[in-house]
Design a protein around this ligand. Structure first.
Ligand SMILES: Cc1cc2nc3c(=O)[nH]c(=O)nc-3n(C[C@H](O)[C@H](O)[C@H](O)COP(=O)(O)O)c2cc1C
Length: 374
């Protein structure tokens, strides 16, 4: 099954200058909103295989899995991300699957090995999202410690250094604060050169420093245009200090309806049916997780109740309206420097398909300088 496909991300389906699209894999129950609104989204494998096949057919480049080990905040059941990613990769042909990995439970040499094998098995379509973690209860339930915010990011930095080192160098050694690697040689190395893509995100300065220093992609929570502009400017400058460039991805919860009013009403229904207790508990957990960052600028620090109904502030990006309005907003995101839009939906299967059939073609037309009907 190994091949020498071009290692350029998305090369088979998207050209370099085109915006890429990803979707959140619903491998966790409850969908992407902490709301009791009825959702036709399911976290099981059959639903997800159909969704992944639809996604690649209608123009999505990437799928992003979630990592959560225990039930919490409206997400009572979860499938594990590496196993689930492999199942989706095995069921698709073009889609790239980004596996979420949490340093702490995972060791970087183990992930380097899994990544190299997945890269060979699935034609270089595997990549990784290193998440630094917000869920203290989860790590404590596993008997792991809960390093403070800055330490979690130092650990993620070491984790990424080691992934890259093992993927590219024979006899790799590393003497870090969290990990020691002694003369480790991985064989076979990944086919992707220099290595599988590394995504990493967060709003704190620590997340931005890591992005500037080592990540291929910087993932942002949903945000206003001004907020996104500020983050992009900072991370670009940090990357430049390291002689690097970084690509940018932003989360957005999409509500596309035939009129803007209908889309807004749907948002109001989602927020109106919010699982108040779960949203508030989630808000407390994520705010506490970011509090020990020196500048207090972590993700969710200024999120309001409504924002938190979508785990990653996805309403804030405002992809809510008609397909035309959404396509135009996506082009504005692109003009700010966004390379990839990460989407979530209420009813994934139907809405992801409609997004691919109705919104992506409008985005492509706008990218080609064509006018679209209002
Ligand atoms: C796109 C994206 C995906 C994420 N996926 C997960 C995940 O699957 N599991 C998880 O525990 N945290 C996830 N996180 C959250 C991170 O673990 C971390 O808590 C957050 O980025 C901390 O942000 P801060 O730097 O603003 O404090 C994700 C964050 C982003 C931006």
């Amino acid at each position: 099954m190994a091949s020498t496909l071009p290692c350029t991300p998305g090369a088979e389906s998207t050209t370099m200058s085109q915006l890429r699209f990803a979707y959140w894999v619903p491998n966790v129950s409850g969908g992407l909103v902490v709301s009791k609104i009825p959702q036709r989204t399911h976290w099981g494998i059959d639903y997800n295989v159909e969704l992944a096949r639809t996604a690649e057919e209608v123009g999505f480049d990437y799928a992003l899995t979630q990592i959560r080990f225990i039930g919490s905040y409206g997400a009572e059941s979860q499938h594990e991300s590496t196993t689930f990613s492999a199942a989706l990769l095995g069921a698709t042909k073009k889609l790239r699957v980004i596996t979420a990995i949490l340093p702490g439970p995972w060791h970087p040499a183990v992930v380097a090995k899994i990544g190299a094998t997945a890269d060979h098995l699935f034609n270089s379509r595997w990549s990784v999202n290193i998440v630094s973690g917000w869920f203290q209860g989860e790590q404590e339930a596993m008997g792991l410690g809960w390093p403070d915010h800055e330490a979690r990011y130092r650990r993620s930095r070491e984790f990424i250094d080691i992934l890259k080192g093992i993927w590219t160098t024979d006899h790799f050694s590393y003497d870090g604060e969290f990990y020691k690697i002694n003369d480790f040689t991985l064989n076979p190395k990944p086919l992707s050169k220099p290595h599988p893509e590394i995504f990493q995100g967060g709003n704190s300065s620590a997340a931005q420093r890591n992005a500037g220093a080592v990540s291929d992609w910087y993932f942002m929570n949903g945000n206003s245009l001004d907020g996104l502009k500020e983050q992009i400017t900072k991370v670009r400058a940090l990357a430049a200090e390291n002689g690097r460039t970084v690509k940018f991805a932003v989360n957005a919860f999409v509500i596309a309806r035939s009129s803007e009013q209908e889309a807004r009403q749907e948002l109001a229904r989602i927020v109106g049916a919010a699982d108040k207790e779960a949203v508030e508990a989630f808000g407390t957990a994520v705010k506490q997780a970011g509090q020990s960052s020196p500048d207090g600028k972590g993700m969710w620090q200024d999120s309001k109740f409504e924002d938190l109904v979508q785990y990653n502030d996805g309403f804030r990006t405002n992809l809510i309206g008609t397909p035309q309005q959404i396509a135009e907003r996506i082009l504005t995101l692109k003009s700010l420097g966004i390379d990839l839009v990460l989407t979530g939906f209420l009813h994934f299967q139907e809405e992801l398909k409609a997004f691919g059939e109705e919104v992506i073609p409008l985005v492509r037309a706008l990218e080609n300088g064509q006018k679209i009907a209002a």
